[in-house]
Design a protein around this ligand. Structure first.
Ligand SMILES: *[C@@H]1O[C@H](CO)[C@@H](O)[C@H](O)[C@H]1NC(C)=O
Ligand SMILES: *[C@@H]1O[C@H](CO)[C@@H](O)[C@H](O)[C@H]1NC(C)=O
Length: 636
């Protein structure tokens, strides 16, 4: 409340009288207003208490992974064998052999998620590889990383002619090349903007192009260079023969994730990206009636582009021409049109309305998806070989009528209604409100009367400022780059970090997955995930993890706090931080784990200032993971 006090000191007596009159006049009104408007915060916590009991009961709920009851902690958590230093539990090829899974390699099922059943979980701390160093800081990391952190150099040899990466002493350098753009991604990005005839050769086209999906992205150099154009790419690749490409991308601090176009939908809602990109991504787009292309079609916004830079698009030998022609035919049946063609790239455009689909003959393949299909259901949902038409409401507007970036970050997005959030509630997430009881009513009134501009401050911005005050003494400059928000709700946390040089992976837990489209409509990126399972990322990939109510929610679904902590430890970089905002019960329990996880002795805890999103009984815990090594521990 510093803001308010300093303002009052400066106010003249005349103004003060004026304000006082306003205060008296508004007091009765305010009490009424606040009675209804500030209730949701406390109501939410009551609902939760109820649902924990009724949905899961105590027995299941309180039994953790290590078989101890909820309020005891085990004596220790073991360290995994060092051969598991790159363990990704749900993408573990050894598990496929152990469980004798029959996976179809042609369909890439072996790169899709298959999580271990509870009895096969490791329940141990993943050790860093020997010689691991704290990662280089962004932006240096864009161009070089420590070799010891990712001791895999075969990509440098295999792609040596393409300038992907070069081993240089104890570092690996990234000259910015790619399979298709040996001359660097920067020139390639400009040439794409020229092809699209965008003013000033700027690919973001005044903010209308913001979200990009790069499939088969290599070490994500395309995405890395898009960042300076105010474009954010979700760079996607499987853990395939080019193993560790995503590990390199994340080590470099570039937004990216493990994923594959296989049999399951990607964990993003429909109409999330303005542009999809494949440069020699080695995907057979014609297979299975074009099902993979139809998945891209689902993900593109009305008018979205597909940039295809691959020999099939330009080479003149018979085989490539045959494939190119067949693709051309398929695209036409999908109502896509060639927007531009130059040298080695073709850019296709998706229609902006349903009218072309409706004009097609009834027997034309691929068919439209049946009306019962929800194009936004993605978690463990099979891809479908059909076109997802636009809903009647979201019809006919290029980019779904979104405001240009960066305005779309704070403007209430058109799809709010689909997730049952009113523009008023959206603003509540982003604007300052006072929790009933947290601030005296007259202060609230005065603020409402005379300092209305304070309302423009965002709830999340204030929360982040509060966190930052606690974190600041411990954080080195530029040491936070890869951030994960485990329960993003409407993306407020990421929006509050927008002016920082970080990127945020916004995770929406599966039980609230419809909200993912709000994340994308705001020009942010993220993925749906079930926190009862491990996330599809390498160990040691995030510098900061924010968990708001994630423990309460995960426990309410019958999954254990222990498992979640061990998973957070896996994906957190050494010297990385967690910000956990949860019930004081959960915070007290989590604190008991800090030593078992070998985290730092330093941690800090506070009762946060109340706001409109607060629950009754909230605590914030900020803790730090320590860098330890297997050899140092065994010598003790
Ligand atoms: C894998 O899937 C393809 C395409 O559906 C099918 O033709 C093939 O028979 C499958 N292979 C196995 C081993 O099931
Ligand atoms: C995913 O779906 C398949 C079949 O649709 C089902 O057998 C499997 O149990 C599901 N997996 C999870 C983790 O829910």
């Amino acid at each position: 409340m510093k803001h308010f006090r300093s303002e009052r000191v400066r106010a003249t007596p005349k103004l003060f009288t004026y304000v006082l009159v306003g205060f008296i006049a508004l007091l009765g009104l305010t009490c009424l207003y606040y009675g209804s408007s500030f209730a949701p915060g406390s109501r939410k916590s009551d609902e939760f208490d109820g649902s924990i009991r009724s949905r899961t009961g105590f027995a299941k709920n309180r039994e953790g992974a290590l078989g101890v009851s909820r309020f005891e902690v085990p004596k220790s958590v073991p360290i995994c064998d060092s051969k598991h230093s790159e363990l990704i539990p749900c993408l573990d090829r050894n598990l496929h052999y152990q469980l004798k899974l029959k996976l179809n390699l042609t369909l890439m099922e072996h790169y899709e998620r298959h999580c271990p059943p509870p009895e096969r979980r490791f329940n141990c701390l993943v050790p860093p590889p020997s010689g691991y160093k704290i990662p280089l800081k962004w932006p240096v990391s864009r161009d070089e990383v420590w070799k010891a952190n990712i001791p895999h150099t075969h990509l440098a040899q295999e792609k040596s002619d393409q300038n992907w990466m070069v081993v240089n002493g104890d570092k690996i350098n990234f000259p910015g090349g790619g399979t298709h753009f040996h001359n660097g991604a920067d020139k390639y990005i400009v040439s794409l903007a020229q092809m699209l005839k965008f003013p000033g050769d700027k690919l973001n086209n005044g903010g209308s192009i913001r979200n990009v999906l790069d499939v088969g992205c290599g070490v994500a150099s395309f995405g890395a260079y898009l960042l300076s154009h105010d474009i954010i790419a979700m760079s996607l690749a499987p853990n395939d023969v080019h193993q560790n490409q995503i590990q390199f991308a994340l080590e470099r601090g570039i937004p990216s994730t493990l994923g594959v176009l296989g049999t399951k939908r990607l964990p993003y809602p429909s109409r999330s990206f303005e542009l999809a990109h494949c440069s020699r991504c080695r995907i057979d787009w014609l297979q299975r009636d074009g099902i993979l292309l139809l998945e891209l079609d689902r993900l593109l916004r009305p008018g979205g582009y597909f940039v295809y830079s691959s020999p099939e698009a330009y080479a003149h030998d018979p085989e490539n021409r045959r494939i190119g022609n067949a693709m051309h035919d398929l695209f036409k049946r999908m109502c896509w049109k060639v927007v531009a063609k130059r040298e080695q790239s073709v850019i296709w455009g998706k229609p902006i309305s349903n009218s072309c689909y409706l004009k097609r003959g009834t027997s034309v393949q691929p068919p439209l998806c049946p009306s019962g299909d929800d194009p936004d259901a993605t978690w463990n949902v099979s891809m479908k070989a059909c076109i997802s038409p636009y809903s009647a409401r979201m019809h006919k507007e290029r980019w779904s009528g979104l405001a240009p970036w960066p305005r779309r970050l704070t403007a209430p997005p058109p799809r709010l209604e689909e997730v049952g959030v009113t523009p008023e509630q959206f603003r509540e997430d982003t604007e300052l409100r006072f929790q009933k009881g947290a601030t005296p009513v007259y202060v609230q009134t005065l603020v409402y009367c005379s300092l209305k501009y304070v309302l423009l401050q965002e709830t999340w911005r204030l929360r982040v400022m509060e966190y930052w005050k606690l974190l600041k003494p411990m954080v080195q400059k530029n040491s936070i780059r890869n951030v994960m928000d485990m329960s993003s709700n409407l993306g407020g946390f990421a929006a509050a970090l927008n002016d920082k040089d970080v990127w945020v992976m916004n995770v929406i837990p599966v039980q609230s997955s419809p909200r993912m489209k709000i994340i994308y409509d705001r020009g942010l990126i993220g993925a749906t995930h079930d926190w009862c399972e491990a996330f599809s990322t390498y160990p040691r990939t995030f510098d900061l993890i924010h968990a708001w109510n994630t423990f309460t929610e995960t426990e309410a679904r019958g999954c254990s706090i222990e498992d979640l902590l061990i998973e957070m430890d896996r994906i957190l970089r050494p010297e990385g931080f967690v910000i956990i905002r949860d019930t004081s019960d959960n915070i007290n329990y989590i604190k008991k784990y800090l030593t078992l996880l070998k985290w730092d002795k330093w941690f800090t805890e506070t009762t946060p200032k109340g706001d409109s999103l607060s629950t009754k009984d909230e605590r914030v815990l900020i803790a730090r993971k320590k860098l330890w090594s297997v050899t140092a521990i065994s010598e003790l």
